[in-house]
Ligand binder design. Structure first.
Ligand code: GLN
Length: 529
């Protein structure tokens, strides 16, 4: 087994996850099977209880794991489906160690960070790597080298390096190379963070320098001199207009060649599959505009998978998609009029809580009445049902019981959710099979009657109201075991909403069908088709 470990220096937010995913992709295209593991050194068991302000969206895996959004990058860049095992947190490691201690597995020993915690980390990594039958296991360590939280992980990796042997273990360190006001590229932050790594007994094999413009050769030489990293392993990674350019950039720097040589891997044919995606992306012509009406529109990472799914559809259809971010609570307060914006469709993403819900309902009404293509996801689906119940059926007080008590709770808590007090990991989570009715828009979109999509919610369409709602013309065209999963309006050019989150399954090589259909509908709206 070969291991590539990626650490970050200087500061967070350098695009370490993208660098790691891109490194994986260029090696995948060279014919190697890659399995990624993301280490998040925080104490939370998973990202499920975190709000998007700090970490961006919570990504959902097929097994229901609620994880850091970097796992989404791995799934999309590597075209794989991962599970919770691919995300290690301090919480998960300590939980295992403490459970073992209680069982008496440590036979009276004093349980310590070294060796017990580090052993558990190594065991977890090796087990995931071996089970996957991969050629290369990619391990990204979240946070910045020097953080107290990441110490046990870096120590475990230091031990692994010796145990696995030099030719089976590579450490890539991603750092910042800032430019000063004179335009000089500064290497001091890199020198300092490599020094911190060395104090922990780790010597980098590759340095990826994040910079605003390509690293100059003399700067590479200087970094090489101070860090003992060969100059061909000092890689320039300048800011990219789109993250999908990063694999190509790393390839131009010949990172794939270097890693193949350094890990003594046998050369395989270069399929250049990712290049094809990028070429297709560059060929996009024309533009459609989508209004995303949400709650965290000022933090772009909070809707990352939706942005990505729109991009996949846009690449597939050869048209650019521009996003207009609209804050739902601003509509609510009357500070924003939808008429003042230019768009070809409206998308309402998932979300939690009351804030902005009236603004979202207003936006759905606007899309329904003015025949704008509409895509509602999870909360967006639930509020589409509420809007219909209020404004078409005439139940003026209809609402979701998540927001308020009402005599028409058209969206209500799932029966198994009643009385659930624990928040972490207790929602309806992960992939489930959905049955689609033949002859519906859903059927045309998916081309199948059985699909699998990922979930993350507590509330659902209240079964008491299904018949009445359908009689008035909002059709539930997909369900799973009696639970409503898809709603559509046959009279409307494109009104489609899902209780599940199709965005989590979308990949450049496998765009999500509802997103493709939605972008297609926007192209028709714009007269591009
Ligand atoms: N808050 C809603 C629920 O819990 C919707 C969840 C979501 O949009 N992810 O059912």
């Amino acid at each position: 087994m070969k291991y590539i470990c990626i650490t970050g220096g200087v500061m967070s937010g350098l695009g370490k996850g993208i660098t790691a995913a891109s490194t994986g992709r260029i090696l995948k295209d060279r014919g190697f099977k890659i399995v990624p593991i993301k280490i998040d050194p925080y104490l939370n068991i998973d990202a499920g209880t975190m709000n998007p302000y700090q970490h961006g969206e919570v990504f959902v895996l097929k097994d229901g794991g609620e994880v850091d959004l970097d796992l989404g990058h791995y799934e999309r860049f590597l075209n794989v489906d991962l599970t919770s095992e691919h995300n290690i947190t301090t919480g998960k490691i300590y939980r295992n160690v403490i459970e073992r201690e209680r069982r008496g597995d440590y036979l009276g020993e004093t349980v310590q960070i070294i060796p017990h915690v580090t052993n558990e980390i190594k065991r977890w990594i090796r087990e995931v790597a071996e089970k996957s039958n991969c050629d290369i296991c990619l391990i990204e360590v979240g946070g910045t080298v020097g953080d107290i939280e990441s110490m046990p992980f870096l120590e475990a990796l230091r031990q692994m390096r010796h145990e696995e042997g030099e030719e089976n273990f590579v450490l890539i360190h991603v750092t910042l190379v800032p430019t000063d006001i004179m335009g000089d590229q500064k290497t001091k932050p890199t020198q300092h963070s490599v020094k911190t790594l060395r104090e922990l007994g780790l010597q980098p094999d590759v340095i990826v320098g994040r910079c605003s413009k390509r690293l100059r050769d003399d700067v590479k030489a200087k970094i090489s001199l101070f860090t003992d990293v060969p100059v061909e392993a000092v890689i320039s990674a300048e800011n990219a207009e789109d993250i999908y350019y990063v694999p190509r950039m790393l390839k131009e720097e010949m990172l794939d060649e270097y890693l193949i040589k350094r890990l003594k891997l046998e050369e395989r044919e270069d399929t250049r599959k990712w290049d094809e995606i990028v070429e297709k992306m560059e060929k996009r012509r024309g533009e459609v505009r989508v209004a995303i009406v949400g709650k965290y529109t000022f933090i772009p990472d909070s809707y990352l998978s939706i942005r990505e799914a729109l991009k996949h559809a846009s690449i597939e259809l050869g048209v650019k998609v521009k996003i207009e971010w609209i804050e739902a609570s601003e509509i609510e307060r009357g500070r924003i009029e939808l008429e003042d914006y230019e768009f070809d469709g409206i998308l309402i993403p998932g979300g939690f809580g009351a804030r902005g819900s009236e603004g979202k309902i207003e936006a759905i009404k606007y899309a329904r009445e003015n025949e704008y293509p509409f895509l509602g996801l999870c909360l967006g689906f639930q509020l589409a049902v509420v809007e219909f119940a209020r404004n078409v059926i005439g139940w003026a007080d209809a609402h979701t019981s998540e927001v308020e008590r009402t005599s028409h709770p058209v969206i209500d808590l799932l029966p198994e959710q009643r009385g659930v007090k624990k928040l972490g990991g207790t929602m309806r989570l992960g992939e489930e099979e959905i049955t689609i009715k033949e002859g519906t828009l859903a059927h045309r979109i998916y081309g199948e009657t059985k699909i699998k999509e990922r979930h993350r919610h507590r509330y659902e369409v209240n079964p008491r109201y299904i018949k009445k709602i359908e009689e008035h013309g909002l059709i539930f065209s997909g369900e799973s075991k009696g639970r409503m999963e898809i709603a559509e309006l046959p009279e409307h050019p494109f009104f489609f909403a899902t209780q599940f989150h199709p965005e989590f399954k979308s990949k450049p090589e496998n765009p999500s069908p509802p997103f493709v259909a939605f972008v297609d509908a926007m192209m028709r709206m714009r007269g591009l088709k």
